[in-house]
Design a protein around this ligand. Sequence first.
Ligand code: SF4
Ligand code: SF4
Length: 465
Amino acid sequence: MSDFRDHIATADQRGRRKWVYPRKVAGRFFQRRTWFSWLLLFIMLSGPFVVINGNPLLMMNIGERKFVVLGQVFWPQDMIVFALALLLFAVSILVFTTAFGRLWCGWACPQTVMMEMVFRKIEYAIEGDADSQRRLNHSPLTAQKFTRKLLKHGIFFALSFVVGNVLLSYIIGWRELYQIVTDPPARHLTGLGFMTAFSLLFYGIFARFREQACTFICPYGRLQSLLVDDSTILVAYDHKRGEKRAPLRRGQTFAARHAAGQGDCVACSRCVTVCPTGIDIRNGVQMECVQCTACIDACDSVMDKVGAPRGLIRYASVNGIERGERLRITPRLAAYCAVLLALGTVLAFMLFTRSDLDTTVLRAPGSLFQQMPDGHFSNLYTVRVVNKTSREMPVELRLESPAGSLQVMAGGSITVAPGALSENSILIELEPSAMKSGTTPVVIGVFSGGKKLETIKTAFIGPRN
Ligand code: SF4
Ligand code: SF4
């Protein structure tokens, strides 16, 4: 029984892959997960086509270093905001995992949703439940077996192609993807290469790699052992109620079982046979458990049949099972929440005060002040304006203090293309009466469409009195 500690459930003693044939499951959690997965699939598939403020809902264009989240464009100049958002995301995972374990994996992870709610269901429809799949795989190749396998893998590849293209449209945008599909292939060899690679990757994951992605590749499952504690709510087996496990004899009552030192687990192994990662939840918290709730539904149906209360396997913490405790705010959870709150506050402040433009004004290198024929003094500056929006922005600079004039050189006006940087020179003139000895502070307002977007402070150099 303890050999589960020696090797993972999907490998034998010699490290060879043991193919998992999880049985079909039904029950209240599976029903809820099915409804939730339809919602998630709808969001996942429609996401690239949702437009907010002229921008997609989500776009991660690493090549062009352009990121869009909820219609807000983030350029490389916003890296601090982006890094903070990533940090917030990481801390919220810490908080969530400490409180609720891998709830995300079982209910919302795209890998689980696609595998269990799409690919697995197609497999059941074509090859039948676990036993007929096992029989089919071990049977000699016949025309019927070949047809079923061809049909299954054909559908798997077609779906992987769709999933790969959806991912690609989250990276480059659906318009670009449409261009790749409709233009002559020679013009988009890189794009077509990625399209093929993503399709093959997803086909490999859903047709062959499956639960190994969760147990070997995904770092989140490995983090679990660091994050969960005895107060974390997990899918757990109530060993106090279930042990000592033993088959239910014909006519045996639960009172008689308990009197004989036996628990409510009737050792039917239904919870093991439905597990998509091939583990036995009765062995305790394990890294491979993706919290999919299949074992809860399977055990509940067994408890219904034998006339025992449901919940032998349920959402519970170790402390909940051992001492009947409910979810408790531990000092660690409180500390994570405090960090989360602080980061969230800083991020919200940065987002609310985020300007569409990022302007810097520096005195032109090597230049000194000049005195004009009318007695005014002038300084030359270099202005860099970054347009962080996805629309062209006309920019107007106004000298706000002290009194004087500001003139944009070469062209007289500034217009910045979407996501571009514009560099210009400006000349500021001040009357001697408005100047201080040596250095005079200068305030410049940055306007677009008549709306003030930024205030820039710089220094004006003049003669010392
Ligand atoms: S399904 Fe329930 S009763 Fe059956 S082996 Fe698992 S824990 Fe025991
Ligand atoms: S142990 Fe239960 S919850 Fe965990 S992966 Fe297996 S079936 Fe899902």
